[in-house]
Design a protein around this ligand. Structure first.
Ligand SMILES: *Cc1c(COP(=O)(O)O)cnc(C)c1O
Length: 376
């Protein structure tokens, strides 16, 4: 019996050809492909600016850094998420305030945030868990009222919208991941989008070792007729990171973006079939799936005997996963565990099933058959 993988990137000869073209040019670092990918991506999400990074984690880290928050301030962030949602908070010497999840959507619980916000709170990092959109309209109202920033972690929801507006463009900054398991991949990679032009300069500087190319602090004599005399010249006035994307990754991303609609519709038809099958055998779906408007990354279940069920599926060559062990359960974040009743329990019941475009309906039949056997 063939193993059914949990995730699998969808790569074709088109991506390979794009990489070959970059090879031929012998410019594989950050170059024209990155610029084109950024331009295409910003049109895709209808954002004014897009800045490519070498990972989604880097994008989230830079998003927090860009605001220059004062040390020790608080940022609200989902508890049921991948560590990278919150790591950027720690890297910036800020304090993560973990927010519980809604028991139905498993996403950001605004009511919990209302209890935990105080005068030290400067921002929210909201994760669109599994691809199901957070209630951005209410969250933005809450943020405006309290004068705090909003960063959207869109690692799971590429292509998704909420009330007709693309996810990633509701908040001040949106961060995407193109890691190999995500809905669009560049191997590793990420993207920051923002409609705020004033954030672009600091973000680009932070992305590339703190380098400022278009300013001159030291001497105005470096310019002749407004053009820089020294092409090589740059200045560094703050610490930056080496978080840029390269042309090899960008060339793959550009093809993936062109193919995105067809990838998404294939995935949606699998999800539709999954839902029908899972409901017919009376299992609980992980999320209130609404494929009409959303772009899902996780297909899953909730089950009281999750671990036994995982073993059973594993024995039948069906890969499964858990997304996620909540942040509060990691040694690094344990001390921030306060009032997280739902997420600290529900994670023991959640299970991720295989979902990728390499699957067929027959695979889902096999999975449903195994689930049904387990029930018996
Ligand atoms: C994948 C993921 C990230 C990080 O993305 P990388 O590209 O792997 O660094 C951040 N947040 C969430 C919720 C993720 O699932």
């Amino acid at each position: 019996m063939k193993k059914i993988r949990l995730f699998k990137p969808d790569l074709t000869s088109q991506e390979l050809k794009a990489v070959a073209r970059v090879f031929k040019r012998s410019w594989i670092g950050q170059g024209p492909e990155v610029v084109k990918f950024e331009n295409e991506f910003k049109r895709f999400v209808k954002s004014k600016n897009a800045i490519a990074t070498n990972s989604g984690s880097a994008a989230l880290h830079l998003a927090v850094s860009a605001f220059n928050f004062k040390k020790g301030k608080n940022i609200l962030v989902n508890n049921l998420t991948f560590v990278s949602s919150a790591n950027g908070v720690l890297f910036n010497n800020l304090k993560p305030i973990l927010i519980d999840c809604d028991p139905v959507t498993l996403g950001f619980d605004l009511e919990d945030a209302k209890k935990k916000i105080n005068k030290n709170t400067v921002a929210i990092i909201v994760v669109h868990y599994g691809g199901h959109p957070a209630e951005m309209e209410k969250i933005m109202l809450f943020a405006k009222k309290n004068k705090i920033k909003v960063i959207e972690d869109c690692a799971h929801c590429i292509g998704g919208s909420y009330k007709g507006k693309k996810l990633g463009t509701w908040g001040d900054i949106g961060c995407f991941s193109f890691e190999e398991k995500k809905g669009l991949t560049t191997g590793d990679g990420g993207m920051i989008v923002t409609n705020q032009n004033n954030l672009v300069k600091p973000l680009k500087q932070l992305r590339w070792c703190g380098i400022e190319k278009d300013t001159w602090k030291r001497s105005k004599n470096l310019f002749i007729n407004k053009r820089l005399k020294y092409d090589w010249y740059y200045e560094v006035s703050r610490e930056g990171y080496k978080f840029n994307m390269n042309d090899l990754s960008a060339s793959i991303g550009r093809v993936q973006l062109k193919r995105f609609r067809s990838l998404m519709s294939k995935k949606n038809s699998l999800i539709r079939y999954y839902i029908k099958k899972i409901q017919s055998i009376n299992f609980n779906l992980l999320l209130p799936y609404d494929i009409q408007n959303n772009s899902y990354w996780i297909m899953g279940l909730k089950h009281k005997k999750r671990d036994l069920l995982m073993n059973h599926l594993n024995k039948n060559n069906i890969s499964t996963g858990v997304h996620y062990l909540p942040l509060s359960k990691h040694p690094l974040y344990k001390k921030y565990d306060k009032g997280l009743k739902v997420s600290n329990n529900i994670w023991q019941e959640i299970l991720t099933l295989p979902l990728h475009t390499g699957m067929s309906k027959k695979d889902i039949d096999r999975i449903a058959y195994c689930l049904n056997n387990f029930q018996k």
